[in-house]
Design a protein around this ligand. Structure first.
Ligand SMILES: *Cc1c(COP(=O)(O)O)cnc(C)c1O
Length: 406
């Protein structure tokens, strides 16, 4: 029940964030204080179904007991050594990560953007040392509508005006092609091309699924021209799309794989650039690093995060429930819906322009106990924790149906 006293509590938190924080986000005005599995509770005691799961960083759900247990155990022993010394968690984590993904080596970082930066450095150095590109001439091809993070280098090759405006000058050496257009990629490749970096499904860009065969064709092109294929699976990886990696949908093996988000089990930022030795062996002591990358707490948390995804069958669950949920969303008879698209439990519901932006629909869902967030004006993204059950999705469906039919 909502009364003025509890409303005042919410307001005081919103006021503090507004007064003392930079205004670089536009969140829903809900203040969450507790989470468990697919549920979160606000400071007024109301319960919500989390249909965003921190952009897939919470694939395992809030406070997964096994991940929290691993974090607790590790916190009692050792949290940080820096890479000046070894720790007893990093080696096993690296091995497990390589075994799961099928690559030879990994380089551990913290945030997704750092994983992307690491992949860029890997591919450039490989381009000079292995491919033989003349010094400082390497190019990396990226896609229109990409999202790879927020560093100055990364926003420099974004096609989003807002991400770039007044943050220049930017890092040279990037070239953009339309997403899903294999001919454009072919035309853009030249002898100075070191890599092609792509999201197998564009997440922040609005859950854009490329045409069937695009990744396979890109793989072929890259192989033929000795270009490193870099898959940014920070959002799509680790079960989100109903496969281990989204590239698995087309049996494509990238040269460099970037993981983040769910690798940290919703507890701790953990990211990695993962590749075979041909690429990773370009690194020498001193040429790249991170104080926190590969720390024992991160490694212990990530080991548990991977175990949960595999052992609890979250990949299969995402595939099955995702297909069913998408069908049910498509069956909703609403004048507002233009399209429902996605794979597994990574789903975008596109609101028709004539019905206005997606934001008011997200606000209406919030009032009905469903937390979802718009991306790119017209798209409502549904990406719940993969531990979600059919009953909970039914509950979400009822509310989505109610909101879309008014
Ligand atoms: C979220 C995301 C990133 C950036 O990750 P951060 O942890 O926010 O730095 C990069 N690429 C993709 C595809 C993402 O979804």
């Amino acid at each position: 029940m909502q009364d003025t006293a509890t409303q005042a509590i919410t307001s005081s938190y919103l006021d503090e964030a507004d007064r003392f924080g930079a205004h670089n986000y536009h969140p829903l005005p809900v203040v969450i204080e507790r989470g468990e599995g697919v549920w979160v509770w606000d400071v007024e005691g109301r319960r919500y179904l989390d249909m965003l799961s921190a952009y897939s960083a919470l694939n395992q759900g809030h406070l997964h007991p096994r991940i929290i247990g691993a974090a607790r155990d590790q916190m009692r022993r050792l949290t940080l050594t820096s890479r000046a010394f070894h720790n007893d968690q990093m080696g096993p984590f690296l091995r497990e990560l390589c075994e799961l993904t099928g690559f030879e080596r990994a380089l551990l970082m913290n945030t997704g953007a750092e994983g992307v930066e690491t992949a860029i450095k890997t591919v450039r150095k490989w381009g000079y040392q292995v491919k033989g590109i003349p010094a400082d001439k390497a190019e990396i091809i990226v896609c229109d509508n990409n999202f790879h993070g927020r560093t100055t280098t990364i926003v420099g090759f974004s096609s989003e005006f807002e991400y770039r405006r007044d943050f220049g000058p930017f890092t040279p050496g990037f070239r953009r092609v339309p997403y899903g257009d294999i001919d454009a990629l072919r035309d853009a490749i030249n002898e100075r091309t070191a890599g092609f970096m792509v999201e197998p499904i564009q997440g922040e860009g609005g859950v854009i699924v490329p045409p069937d065969g695009y990744l396979r064709d890109a793989r072929d092109l890259c192989s033929r021209h000795q270009v490193a294929l870099v898959a940014d699976e920070i959002q799509t990886g680790l079960g989100r799309t109903g496969r281990r990696l989204c590239c698995d949908w087309e049996d494509v093996r990238p040269d460099v794989l970037i993981l983040g988000k769910a690798l940290g089990g919703g507890v701790y930022p953990v990211s990695a650039a993962i590749a075979d030795s041909e690429f990773m062996d370009v690194f020498r002591p001193g040429d790249h690093g991170s104080t926190f990358g590969g720390n024992p707490l991160a490694a212990a948390v990530a080991r548990a995060s991977l175990e949960v995804i595999v052992e609890e069958g979250l990949i299969e669950r995402s595939a099955q429930l995702g297909e069913w949920f998408m069908q049910r969303l498509r069956a909703i008879d609403s004048p507002h819906v233009e399209e429902v698209r996605g794979r597994g439990l990574m789903i975008g519901l596109v609101i028709r322009k004539s019905s206005g932006p997606a934001r008011p629909f997200c606000e209406a869902l919030w009032h009905r106990g469903i937390l979802a967030k718009e991306t790119h004006q017209q798209v409502i993204r549904f990406a719940p924790p993969l531990v979600i059950g059919r009953d909970e999705l039914e509950e979400a469906l009822a509310q989505v149906e109610a909101v879309l039919s008014t």
